[in-house]
Design a protein around this ligand. Structure first.
Ligand code: ACO
Length: 452
């Protein structure tokens, strides 16, 4: 007998049976089709029951075979491969191939893929002019969101999202051009001349060169820093159905082209609740200042006065596996860049917090942002660039999610339902007869965010 769930509607006494289905792991992700709840009606003309789930905290929006996270066990795998093994042995482009295609490339396939990406890194000269049009202090993430959307106008054929070969071309272009757009945004904000892509360099090496190169002679970026950036890119390639992946799928579900869909995903990432926590970690460490003040700040976090930034995660209730990799990599980076008092402070903060019952009982561990900001800063990236550094590698994940969504026959245009709580029908009131606030039903615009 198949696994089912029996629901009794106490309004009518009727019973309903809905099927339970499973993904790869029976103990993780058993689900019911919530559309079946529509059959549950209090009366004949009833619309049927809806699921109410703000923020999709317990709603699976798709079947996906890209990324698996087990937050209790601290597991992250792309296409089945543990993140630790990919970070140790892979390159970012190899992992991007894996995420997009579903399997690791052969040597020939990786060479061809790397060649293709390398030779699509240039952008139209008009993009340069476009970037130059931004104000000198424009946020680089605002510039990236805008320029990636602008690419849509250069590749109108990208609108044919039903053609698999055409989609693949746009995927190559997007992965190739993101570092160029990002570096142009940074150089513009510094008033520095743009550096064109150098096809002799690796993906990460080319990005470092476009960011930091000053004049001749040509000096390849430090190999330790290149490797560190590759690892950071690998760790950020995908993270299943997070806010930006959901934006990518939602916008893409209307069959918008991949450039504007990626712009929407990058816009979602721009928000401090998603891509901005590592910047907050840096600010917090600077505020703590010295190791002897760590206990005082831990006490303040325990009293609810503030949150330890870079600690805790909605999904991971164990050590975030990405944070573990970054913690061990930080030493290599600091050997090249010179030691950082912030790293010593972070290590001390982690030690004190993880010995404290408050953090242990709530299963609050360092997340990926705890060490990434310190490393980025040591490498010379300003904090404004942190979400941009997240967006560059995440584009492979967004595009993999987009492809999967388009090829999944179950998927429809994203269009959630709502539970309407507004006024019932009422007659239009002539302007001289209105009483103002008395007629208000629901929250007025500008009512505040109730502490959110
Ligand atoms: N410091 C101190 N206490 C914390 C922290 C923290 N960083 N995080 C959670 N808690 C406490 C809460 O006060 C709460 O305590 P209570 O049960 O006594 O009320 C308990 O732990 C559970 O917290 P929730 O807010 O319910 O957990 P949730 O899963 O909703 O939040 C979040 C996860 C937002 C990441 C949270 O841990 C947090 O704010 N962390 C700091 C910000 C941060 O580092 N964000 C980056 C996340 S990683 C990423 O997005 C790439």
């Amino acid at each position: 007998m198949p696994d089912t769930l029996t629901i009794t509607d106490n309004r009518t006494g009727k019973q309903y049976e809905v099927p339970i289905s499973y993904g790869t792991y029976p103990e993780y992700g058993a689900s019911i089709p919530t559309a079946d709840l529509r059959n549950i009606k209090a009366s004949e003309d009833d619309f049927g029951l809806l699921g109410y789930d703000p923020g999709f905290k317990n709603t699976a929006s798709c079947h996906s075979s890209i990324t698996h996270i087990d937050g209790d066990k601290g597991i992250l795998r792309y296409r089945g491969y543990p993140i630790e093994e990919l970070a140790e042995h892979g390159s970012y482009l190899e992992v991007a191939y894996l995420v997009v295609h579903g399997r690791l490339p052969t040597r020939d396939e990786l060479e061809a893929w790397t060649h293709e990406i390398t030779f699509h890194t240039y952008v139209h000269e008009s993009i340069k002019k476009f970037t130059e049009g931004f104000h000198y202090d424009a946020h680089p993430m605002g510039m990236l969101v805008s320029t990636v959307a602008a690419l849509s106008t250069f590749y109108p054929e990208a609108r044919d999202i039903s053609d698999a070969e055409n989609r693949r071309t746009q995927i190559v272009r997007l992965i190739a051009k993101m570092p160029t757009l990002a570096a142009f945004a940074y150089r513009h904000s510094k008033g520095l001349p743009f550096v064109y892509p150098d096809n002799d360099l690796s993906y990460a090496g080319n990005f470092l060169n476009m960011m930091f190169s000053i004049g001749e002679p040509k000096q390849p970026p430090n190999p330790v820093l290149q490797k560190a950036l590759e690892v950071l890119f690998i760790l950020h390639a995908d993270h299943e159905q997070n806010c930006s992946a959901t934006a990518m799928r939602s916008v893409g579900s209307s069959h918008a082209d991949p450039y504007v869909s990626v712009a929407a995903a990058a816009a979602a990432l721009y928000g401090p609740l998603h891509g901005g926590a590592n910047e907050q970690v840096l600010r917090m460490l600077r505020e703590i200042g010295t190791k002897d003040r760590v206990p005082e700040f831990v006490d303040r976090a325990k009293s609810g006065d503030f949150r330890l930034m870079g600690f805790g995660h909605r999904v991971y209730k164990n050590y975030d596996p990405r944070a573990r990799i970054l913690k061990s990599m930080a030493r290599d980076v600091f050997e090249v860049t010179g030691s950082s008092p912030l790293l010593d402070l972070a290590l001390e903060l982690e030690r004190v917090a993880l010995e404290d019952e408050y953090f242990v009982s709530r299963r609050l561990y360092p997340n990926v942002d705890f060490y990434s900001g310190i490393i980025y800063q040591a490498m010379g990236f300003p904090v404004d660039m942190f979400p941009v550094l997240f967006a560059i590698p995440r584009v492979s994940g967004w595009l993999a999610q987009w492809q999967e969504m388009l090829e999944d026959p179950d998927q429809k245009i994203a269009r959630p339902r709502q539970v309407y709580t507004g006024a019932d029908e009422r007659p239009y009131v002539p302007i001289d007869e209105r009483t103002g606030a008395d007629e208000q039903v629901g929250s007025p615009v500008g009512a505040g965010m109730d502490g959110r």
